[in-house]
Design a protein around this ligand. Sequence first.
Ligand SMILES: NC(=O)c1ccc[n+]([C@@H]2O[C@H](COP(=O)([O-])OP(=O)(O)OC[C@H]3O[C@@H](n4cnc5c(N)ncnc54)[C@H](OP(=O)(O)O)[C@@H]3O)[C@@H](O)[C@H]2O)c1
Length: 243
Amino acid sequence: MNIANKTVLITGANRGIGRGLVDEALRRGAKRVYAGTRSGLQIADKRVTPLILDVTSASQIQRAVEEVDNLDVLINNAGVAIYDDLSNLDVIEQHLAVNFLGLLKVTNAFLPLLRRSKGAIINNLSLAGLAALPIIPAYSLSKAAAFNLTQSLRALLAGKGVTVHAVVLGPIDTDMNRGFDVPKATVESAAVGIFDGLEKGEDEIFPDPASQSLAEGWRNGALKALERQFAAFVPNSAANLVA
Ligand SMILES: NC(=O)c1ccc[n+]([C@@H]2O[C@H](COP(=O)([O-])OP(=O)(O)OC[C@H]3O[C@@H](n4cnc5c(N)ncnc54)[C@H](OP(=O)(O)O)[C@@H]3O)[C@@H](O)[C@H]2O)c1
C-alpha cells in the first residue's frame, strides 16, 4: 500500500521512531496523520491531528476511536524498554501492558475502521522478539508475544482484506537505547524503510542494516514456512471471529 492520500494513525508519535514516521508520512503525501501521544503534540502541518492516547488506557483508546472517522493504516509504535533480569514481575507486566496488550487493545478498537477501508496494521517489533536479548529479557518476551500475535492477526484478517505487517527493527538511534553502545540507524532511514516495506506488501519489514541481514534467511526459512502451514488451518469464516 502506498500512503499518499491515506489516513494514518501512529502511536507514540511524539519522539523517536514514531515522530520520524509522522514526518515521513507527511512527506509521502498522507491525507491525514493522527498522532497518538500521552502528552499532546503540536505540529504546524494541518494534516496532523493530535490524539491523547496512552495505549494502556481503555478510556483514552475509546475517546480516540470516537475522534477518527476513517483509517487506512494503524502503526502500533508505542513501546517501553527497561533493563531487567526477569527477577521483578512488575517490570515484566509493565512491558506486556504496553508492548503487547496495549498494541492489541488499540488494534481491536480500530479494527472496524480498518476492515471498512481494507487497510493495514503495522506493528513495530524488534530483533529482540525473534531471539531474546538477555539484557532486556522482559522487553524481548513482550516483543516475541507481539510478533506471535501479529502472525495470528495476519491469518485471521487475510479474508477481510486487512494486511498485518511486523517491522523487525534493529538498533535505531532514539532515547530507547541511549545507553546501548552499538551501531545504530537513524530514525529517518528507519521510517523510510518501514513505508517502503508497506508499499512492497512485505509481511516482515526489515528497515535497517542490522535487521536487513536477516531478511532473506527469514523469508526463505523454516519458521516462515511453518507460519504459512499453520495459517492454512484458518477457515475463511474464522476471520468473522475477529471484531
Ligand atoms: N530504538 C530502537 O533501537 C528500537 C529497536 C527495536 C524496536 N523498537 C521499537 O520501536 C518503537 C519505538 O521506539 P523508539 O526507539 O522510538 O522509543 P522511544 O524513543 O523511547 O519512544 C517511545 C515512544 O513510545 C511512547 N509510549 C511509551 N509508553 C506509552 C504508552 N503507555 N502509551 C502511549 N505511548 C507510549 C513514548 O511516549 P512518551 O514520550 O509519553 O514516553 C514515546 O513516544 C517501540 O515499539 C520499540 O520497541 C525500537
